[in-house]
Design a binder for this molecule. Sequence first.
Ligand code: HAM
Length: 425
Amino acid sequence: MKEQLRAIRGMNDIVPPLSARWQHLEQQVVGVLNAYGYQQIRLPILEQTGVFERSIGDTTDIVQKEMYTFADRNGERLTLRPEGTAGCVRAVLEHGLLNVQPHLRLWYIGAMFRHERPQKGRYRQFHQIGVETYGMAGPGIDAEIILLTARLWRELGINGLRLELNTLGVAAERERYRAALSQYFEAHYEVLDEDSKLRLVRNPLRILDTKNPAMLGLVANAPSLVDYLDPESREHFAAVCSILNAAGVAYVVNPRLVRGLDYYSKTVFEWITTELGAQGTVCAGGRYDALVELMGGKPTPAIGFAMGLERLLELHAAQTGDQPSSEADLCVVAAGDAETAATLRLAEDLRDDLRGVRVLCLCGGGSLKTQMKRADRSGAQVALIVGSEELASDTITLKPLRGQGDQQRVPRASLRDILTKVLAL
Ligand code: HAM
């Protein structure tokens, strides 16, 4: 036997019945996005490496160590997208979307790639649903996207997420803060770990992002960015908080929340759970008012977020339990191979007549008994059996599979009405 090939480490297949959970979650999320008037954008998975280097920042972990970058057959440097924001800005500018819709609300879904160390909740190929909005500078849109995520958790039945908020100010404020941070960490140079010493030279703000427990005390006593903010940034943040207060959305202000990407300014936020272990951030985002200009566009305010679908799903499954999966609502069975064509025709007619009902046709093969076992395993509510007698009398045998009444022979002409009742459509 040949050696069996395997998927790449950290890149997962999503197979049935789990794929049904994915579909369900995606449909619910998309329903909420539509309810807020967001439009879908579909973006390539590969971009020129510069798209990410310029936007995410070349001192970040993502650009430094995690991107899948390679030269293609023409020698062009390409990267598998590690996130969606950079490519979205690139596409918005390339298609002049802001000239048509200066206030733009977009969403996307898809696979992202980061060469991180795989563990529970952290994968090398993972999936995000993200939202990006452009052209709105006021605090209203910051609050809207947070309200949108809060609604999502409610509709998905997910509880116990903590919302952390912070403001990162604008570039000039961060420059002042950066100088103060450098001074502080230089004064404690001997207790910095190796990574932080490098970050001190490249970007001291990144030290605040450390996961090293030995560094947390030092980081806790570092200067806070809030003390370096101008009134405009403070007022923007206060306004976001006050809208959330009025809307009854609970949050905690975490002055240490810095995010792992360089393009952020002003409001940043994360939704965090304690139920998934170390990888507890299920959704994260913030403002990036300087990025559109940095990518070659006119100065344009922007804000967005992305949620990790693997994490969201894991949490959803943990909180809502295993839902029985089923392939179909109705299962059409041929008593013998001679009736296979008739069952296919019946299944087609039912799909026309009963929109949205899942009809599985077994396509023959095996005895009636074997087929009835397959019908039962499909999870369908009802089996519809077609044999020679049924064909001769223009009837169908209807067998409830989940204990709702007895088997009965019904006229083909009344099948639709009977099924509408039996399936409570
Ligand atoms: P991010 O924080 O890098 O932000 O990722 C957003 C979410 O994607 C995380 O909170 C997490 O749920 C999920 N995620 C990230 N890395 C992994 C991984 N290796 N395995 C599994 N899940 C992961 C961004 O990507 C920004 N583009 C968000 C944004 C949009 N900001 C503004 N607009």
